[in-house]
Design a binder for this molecule. Structure first.
Ligand SMILES: *Cc1c(COP(=O)(O)O)cnc(C)c1O
Length: 365
């Protein structure tokens, strides 16, 4: 570990335990969302860890699905968003389960398939970013029956506001979804709607399977915390330089921080080129020696500067925690996101390719 200027540690046992806890809590089949490199956690080790717990994996793109197949994943893989017509052959070749949101792609698949293909149909109940509109869904599903190579193995919708305290629009969406389901025969199809927020807070949205992402990684999307989840990711960096400032001296680009008195500073080897948000300039905090220290001045591409107290006993090479625990202190992804004016999803998925992922508890492979 001494070899990294910055790295993340992924506790695979925590991910497995979170998935098991969610499955026990819901009592439903688990579609584990592992898009965007498993929210930055490393999709191949994560899917290997979830073998036997997840009933299906969900990715955003055909490319992500192909990567999982090439890594030997044999569970069903759902591609959550529409695929391009020219990707139909890849969907078939790699045995992915595509999402149908329009007639064109369905027709294309049916034309080139030589065997039956399972598909899930996305119904737009008010998120309004994808899917067949709920008022047209019954007719659409009926028409799909004319495509003899397609089997509608699942029907789903996506909720726009499940992470908000006011659940009234969630109920509106679920009612619309239910009104479609009512009109189609229930023939063992997988029906799913619940993202992490609904999985933790809206039982009414469960149907046959839940479809969480963020919560698998131990992060709560909202205030409801009915299940104990453990964050799986710790982000660390090392001190690369220690310097001193005399009163009034500025720090980093633009000299936006001015030393109020003579003081010492430490440069931490992480910057926005690693995905550490530049928005944390002058507002971020990190852990050094088990205590909080502030980011001073602008976050640079490769490094960030931290203010030290006169009593701090730090050396070049010391470990700094950006996300996670150190001693009795902790910085959560939610806190970091809040300080940076964003959401935990963005923080996690922006952790760059330059940051090595070190996996702990790989025994589940
Ligand atoms: C990303 C995504 C999810 C998972 O959402 P979380 O909030 O991370 O649980 C579920 N369904 C769809 C369609 C998604 O795009």
């Amino acid at each position: 570990m001494d070899d990294y200027r910055t790295h993340v540690e992924i506790d695979l046992a925590a991910i497995r335990q979170n998935a098991e806890a969610i499955k026990t809590f819901t009592g439903k089949r688990l579609i584990a969302v592992v898009k965007a490199d498993a929210y930055g956690h490393g999709v191949v080790p994560v899917t290997q860890t979830l073998r036997g717990v997840a009933d299906m994996f969900a990715v955003a793109t055909v490319e992500e699905g192909v990567k999982l197949r090439q890594a030997g994943v044999q569970e069903p893989i759902l591609v959550l968003f529409s695929s391009l017509p020219n990707q139909a052959s890849q969907v078939i070749e790699h045995g992915l389960v595509p999402t149908i949101s329009d007639w064109g792609f369905a027709d294309r698949l049916n034309t080139i398939a030589s065997d039956t293909i399972k598909v899930h149909v996305n119904i737009n109940t008010g998120m309004n970013r994808s899917g067949v509109h709920w008022t047209e869904a019954t007719q659409f599903l009926h028409r799909l029956k004319t495509l003899d190579r397609l089997t509608v193995a699942g029907v789903f919708t996506h909720l726009a506001t499940a992470d908000e305290p006011d659940k009234s629009y969630v109920f509106v969406q679920i009612e619309r979804f239910a009104s479609v389901l009512e009109k189609i025969p229930n023939s063992g199809r997988s029906v799913h709607a619940a993202n992490s927020a609904a999985t933790l807070a809206v039982r009414y949205a469960y149907f046959d399977a839940v479809r969480p992402g963020l919560s698998l990684y131990g992060i709560y999307p909202a205030s409801e915390r009915p299940v104990a989840l453990e964050p799986a990711l710790t982000w660390k960096a090392r001190i690369g330089w220690i310097g001193s400032l005399s009163e009034g001296e500025g720090v980093s680009y633009g000299l936006t921080y001015k030393a109020p008195h003579q003081s010492r500073v430490a440069t931490v080897q992480v910057g926005y080129g690693d995905g550490y948000p530049r928005a944390l300039s002058n507002v971020g905090e990190v852990l050094i020696g088990g205590v909080r220290r502030s980011i001073i001045g602008r976050v640079c591409m490769d490094v960030s500067v931290v203010g030290l107290e006169s009593t701090d006993n730090v050396s070049v090479g010391d470990e700094v925690v950006l996300i996670g625990e150190q001693g009795d202190a902790e910085i959560t992804v939610n806190e970091l996101a809040h300080r940076a004016g964003t959401i935990p999803y963005e923080i996690l998925t922006q952790i760059g390719a330059r940051v090595p992922r070190i996996f702990k508890h790989e025994s589940f492979k």
